[in-house]
Design a binder for this molecule. Sequence first.
Ligand code: GLC
Ligand code: CA
Length: 546
Amino acid sequence: MTKAPWWQRGTIYQIYPRSFQDSNGDGIGDLAGILARLDYLAWLGVDAIWISPFYPSPLADGGYDVSDFVDVDLRLGDLATFDQLVARAHALDIAIVIDIVPNHSSDEHPWFVESRSSRDNPRRDWYVWRDGRPDGSPPNNWLRVWGGPTWTFDETTGQYYLHLFHAKQPDLNWRNPAVKAAMFDVFRFWLERGVDGFRIDVAHAIMKDPELRDNPPAAGTSLMHREFGEFDRQMHLHDRAHPDLHPVYRELRAILDSYGGERPRMAIGEIHEFDWDRWAGYYGIDLDELHMPFNFGLLGIPWSAAAVRELVASVERALPAGAWPNWVLGNHDEARIATRLGDAQARAAVLLLLTLRGTPTLYYGEELGMRNVAIPPERVQDPWALLNPDRPSFNRDPARTPMRWTAGAGAGFCPAEVEPWLPIGGDLEALDVESQREEPRSMLALTRALLAARRASDALSLGAYAALAGAPDDVHVFERTGSGGSRAVVVLSFASEPREVALPALAGLAVAVSTHMDRAGEQIGADGRLRLRPHEGCLVQPPDVS
Ligand code: GLC
Ligand code: CA
């Protein structure tokens, strides 16, 4: 097998720590809970876990408002448990990726408490403070994705401070070298503790226009895959993605590269950028910036063969030579894939995710086909939803509900008599690990089979990608070819009726995995003919591999 670093060859599994496993019966998932479930993740066959923020936080934004970057929230554990988690994960050959939030801190972080205390405090310039305009309005016209201005007036010193997100998440001033040095020390702190990689929150946001100029108006087309209203009527030219962030990521890369150890250290950035050439810029001209900018393309396209084919082609075309792609179906900010597309389509989607060229990130519960859970109004936690009561689609809680380990009350997440921090959801039949482990055709069995196939095949984990022509319009077929001639073909139907393909590339191969989990080993004849049921996908390989 070709040698390749873990972050290229492997699959990343995202854990929202408050929702994975409660270990002490308070209804909140915690680090000891993750530790207890590492054996499950090893059994599933993932290579790395990314843990969303577990730092001390007043929870104004689900932990993305950090009041101490170098500690663990009391409710989630402590540093000693974190160290155990790293050690046990490494023993199982699972890499640890942690979320880091460099763009902002909590307003309760001591840095901000000092910064807001007086205009001449030494930390004043650690955040972005400005006078209002002569009429008293905010310094410029920037808007939050969440609605309203990015500025809040602070009575104590009579100036506005900048916050791209919640008012309790003031933006750090990355143009101040002391801030950069302090945040780089945060990275070093976790690198010393053995962390293998970082997921960098809103990595495109840390550098803004130095003059903080107004954004120009825009036609109103959405920058992302959601409609944001007023936010979409500006071109986000000055409030994000200033080219000065590239030297920062080059410096960070040098720090990561300076750490030795068994696994090279990795950074993957959350980049909301759908112009693929600009997106590709985050790899760095000499591949010396982020190892990967997250690719959210699959979140924004309709579920059709044409859209998938075109998206993969665009991403592949934009990739700089030698850069490694990655793919995502869901995360803690998005509706669950089974809810977005439907159950059958979610199976096809996981087959696509785990067979495309590039590192897949699997969101916890995706392997079960977990769906959005309805949140009663009085239990809504997400600030984005609380700030936009008229926009239910802004609520991210439905995709952050507890992992379902068993069918009973508490779902094996927390004791039956305890109310978990978010509802577990109704009595959905067989939507839990225990039931699906027993069921050979379950989504869990499918995910596990695909992860195993990916690991076993150089073609699937590292090989080249080529779309194949000759299938019906609503079927996407692609081939992966690895070193030493290994190959795999994926045939994926987007149709709600049966389809048939007949392709020379399939002749003599055999079905290794079908999304329906009932035809492994089926041989394909010399005519290359394969029938597909509605929304069926098949991974097809030489018979000796299957
Ligand atoms: C990122 C996170 C999101 C958070 C925001 C502000 O987009 O994924 O959950 O609300 O940053 O930190
Ligand atoms: Ca707990």
